[in-house]
Structures are given as C-alpha cells and as structure tokens.
Design a protein around this ligand. Sequence first.
Ligand code: FAD
Ligand code: DHB
Length: 390
Amino acid sequence: MRTQVGIIGAGPAGLLLSHLLHLRGIESVVLEARTREQIESTIRAGVLEQGTMDVLRESGVGERMRAEGALHHGIELAFDGKRRRIDLHGLTGQSITVYAQHEVIKDLVAARLAADGTILFGVHDVSLHGIETPTPSIRYRHEGEAHTLECDFVIGCDGSQGVSRAAIPVDARRDYERVYPFGWFGILAEGRPTADELIYARHDRGFALISTRSPNVQRMYFQCDPKDSLEAWPDDRIWSELHARVDSADGQQVIDGKIFQKNIVGMRSFVSATMQHGRLFLAGDAAHIVPPTGAKGLNLAVSDVRILSHALEIWYRSGNEAALAAYSETALKRIWRAEHFSWWMTRMMHRLDDASPFEQQLQVAELEHVTTSRTAAKSLAENYVGCVAI
Ligand code: FAD
Ligand code: DHB
C-alpha cells in the first residue's frame, strides 16, 4: 500500500493530524494497535483549551463538543481551609471546555470514516524503515498478514509506549525526564456536580481535583502512592479521603455517588528533543509527557499537529522545506512552557513527602500570592487557557 503520510497511532494526535491533512488535500493512513471500541472508551483527559476548541470547531468536528461540553470561565484553588477563584475569562478573555478525550476521539474517528479515510485497527509488529531516505515505509501485521505502507513521511503519534521515538538514533536526540513520587487516583461517579467550576485542592493529606463530565457524571482525582492498588481503595475510603481534602469550612461539601470507574496514573515529565529525524516526525505523547495537574497533555498533542499539518501543507504545495525543518524547534517552545507550568502547578499543589515545614509554608505562600495578586493570577490563567506569549 502507498500513501502520502503514514501515521502511527489513533490517539488525539494521529486522528486530528489525519483529519487536518485531509482538509488540505493530503492523503494519510492511520495504523492503530488497539480496537476502535478500546480507543473510544479509554478514560483520560477532559480539559480543552480555547485553542484546542478553535481547531476542532474550525475543522468541522466541534459540533458535539459545543452541544455537550461544558464551558468554564474560571477554576477554584482550595488551600488552608479557603477557596479562591481564578477568573480565567476576566483575566484572559478566554475560557476552557470540559469534554472528555474519548468523545473527541469518537468525533474524529467518525469524521475520518465519513470522508473514506483509512484507519487500520488492531495492527501489530509495527516497525519503521528508511526514515533517513525520501522513501520511508512502515511494516506491520494486520489480520494475520504482513504488510508494508510506503509513504513520503512517517508521523509517530503512538504515545509514550510507542515504537516511533526509538527509531531516532540515540546520539541524535536528548531525553529530559522527571518522575514524581506520587500518582493520581481517578474516579468516575454518578451524581450532580460538586461545584460549578473545577476545584484544585492542596491539603496536608495530599492533592485533590474535582472535575466533571456531565450533569450526571463526575470526574475526581486525589493524590495517591503510584504503587497503590485499586483494591486498597473501597468506595467508602475514597469518599472519606475526598471529603477530608476538599470540604470547606463554609459547609461546601463534595457530593458523592455510585463510583463506576477507578484508575491510577503515575506522574512524569518527559521531553524528547529533537522531535524529528529525516522523514520521521513525532507528535503528542510520543515526544513529551506532562504531569496532569495543568491539564496540558491533550492540548499539547493538538498544538503539535496543528504546526505539523501547516508545515506538511507548505511542503506539498511548494516543496519548501523550511517549516518542516523548523517543526521541532517551533513545537518545543510551547512544550517547554507547558512542561514548566505543569511542573510548577504540581509542585505547588501536591503533598511533597520530602518537603520541610518551611517548604510547606512556601507552597501556601505561593497559593496566597497567585490568588491575591492580579498579575500572578493572570500568569496562571494565561498558562491554563493556553494563551501565554511564547
Ligand atoms: P495517545 O492518546 O496515547 O495515543 C497513542 C495511540 O497510539 C494509542 O491509541 C495507542 O494504542 C497507539 N499505539 C501505541 N503504540 C503503537 C504501535 N506500536 N502501533 C500502533 N499504534 C500504537 N492528560 C490530561 O491533560 N489530563 C488527564 O487527566 C490525563 N489523564 C491521562 C490518563 C492516562 C492513563 C494517560 C496515559 C494519559 C493521560 N493524560 C491526561 C494525557 C493525555 O491523555 C495525553 O496527553 C493524550 O492522550 C496524548 O495524545 P496522543 O495522541 O499523543 O497519544
Ligand atoms: C481533568 C484532568 C486534569 O488533568 C485536569 O487538570 C483537570 C481536569 C479531567 O479529567 O476532567
């Protein structure tokens, strides 16, 4: 088989890239290891920045997001028994939408299939060849048979566990990494929203986050040991921990309900620099990971493919290679900004077991500052909605 752009991975990065290329008249094939049912039901991120909403809307896949997503104009930071609002819209003129990542995936798969796009699900043994030549290819197995996809470019959108990044020789790239000694325990529960806006809570027992999915389904997280097991957390223990960390002195309480999904994620910061080698380009989690505290992972994947689709369009239209050659450098500016913001939010909001009482007071002092100084609040808001100058 032959196509113009071979894409490995049908996450938000791979699917959106394929969709944007199609709108620019460029053909692609997406190779995905999992089934359609699996990618459309995996629970992950939920916060879409203004720029992400704009790309989805402008490219014609934002209708369900507009109808079913919840537009939020602010977030709350809870600490030391207080709750303070960051007025995202008042400070930046922009807002966020809470709309689950797997719903974005469903919208993108539907759009690709409606346009006769090719997504092959359940492929395995994917390997990359000839990426230093003008005729790279991807070999894979599908439905028991070996195949080769010949293309002009290979795009690695295969997430943090994929095979693409390893195809860049180690002496051509540098990895930057930080692993955090805690994880997030995530739940989905039936019930009404606890609050109108997301609550990020710092508590001596550990961080907690109250988010939402719909008027009847709520998403909540709390800091845990990354080696914890789901069995160690029966529902009663989860609710008493969330109440302890989030309920406020003025009587506002977490609203509990039937828990129907539990998961634990580890937390890591990671950047691969470079994000390109010859005819191979990496996008999304294949090239970088952020801890989830700033809600940046999905949004960074979208910003990568926005840059890459423009650069590929220029190459196909004019043969000019400059934008493609600058892809990694251009994308990394935004990535490092998001890496810093996510690390900073993580450090400010979590219980750090090795922090001295002095350092714990510094966390509270920083929270006081970002919630009282307009300048500091504006900086947080710009980073959160993704409109910070880069
Ligand atoms: P992915 O979504 O990981 O997609 C990669 C795709 O490639 C997958 O479908 C995978 O099956 C496929 N693939 C992998 N290897 C191969 C192969 N060899 N061949 C073919 N296909 C392959 N971010 C937040 O902002 N908030 C959150 O709450 C949050 N929670 C998360 C929870 C988990 C468990 C994880 C893993 C991530 C979470 N993230 C969160 C991050 C966010 O979901 C990611 O940043 C986002 O999914 C990145 O999109 P992507 O397309 O780059 O990668
Ligand atoms: C959600 C996830 C995040 O990482 C975050 O910072 C805010 C909300 C969510 O899944 O709703």
